[in-house]
Design a protein around this ligand. Sequence first.
Ligand SMILES: [Zn+2]
Length: 292
Amino acid sequence: MILNADDPLVAQYQRLTGFPAVFYGLAARARLEGDCTQAREGKFCPFCGAPLVFDYCHFSQPGQYHCPGCDFNRPGLLVEALEPEAGEGRVRCRLVFNGQEAELILQVQGLYNLYNAVAAFSAGFHLGLDVPGMLESLGRYRPITGRMEKFNYQGKPVYLNLVKNPVGFNESLAALCAGEGSKDVFVAINDNDADGRDISWLWDVDFEMLGRDHRPYNCFICSGLRGEEMAVRLKYAGVPIKKLIVEPDVTRAIKRTLTGGSGSAYLFSTYTALWTAQRIIKTLASEGVAAR
Ligand SMILES: [Zn+2]
């Protein structure tokens, strides 16, 4: 088994199953946003029930932890990402494996994508694949629809990301906060069957990080079938009402986001609004190029 050492819910499987396992993980970041106060699923030791002690968290549960009640703790690593950094449109780290070291740079947004890449690398390394080849392939990877997919509208970077649960949304917000300059933000929340009918999970997302420092954000345009509830959630998170816009029409809402005058635009969408959003952005982006 190739397991994420930073996630106690995953790391426990070695002991639970007795199967051989190797572990990967991310070391602490120099600049830790987000403390360990976000919604966390792995708060308690899976073996003795004691609250786990976290030295740091990257987002939600993963991080360095140990149990004060028994000997369960973050296992030793086969592959470790040192100095992990998430910037605008890319993530990087110093990868250490078996006494060797290499730089890993990914053209994707969001620290969680570094976890995905390190997991893939660990599996390949364990199987004896060619290391330079793996690093090159990972560096060439471009995200698929809605995974911080990058577009260009009249020279402005535009990011589209699927949101469907608090952990993923929190990490998307971390990527939003890490982006430089002023930003326009679009959020489309639908509650069709494929999205999940219950939207109460929005209250478990740490939107408060936007309310604490809302200066980089020009406005938040809330759309989709439940756009009004989204705006209410942001209001309670401390975002000033004058920065909140409810525009149920997705096309008009996206147009407004892209032409908002900020240096970049971030669009977050639940599943059933994602393809519509992608089509509209692509159309507007190509019109924008034609108009130049
Ligand atoms: Zn324990």
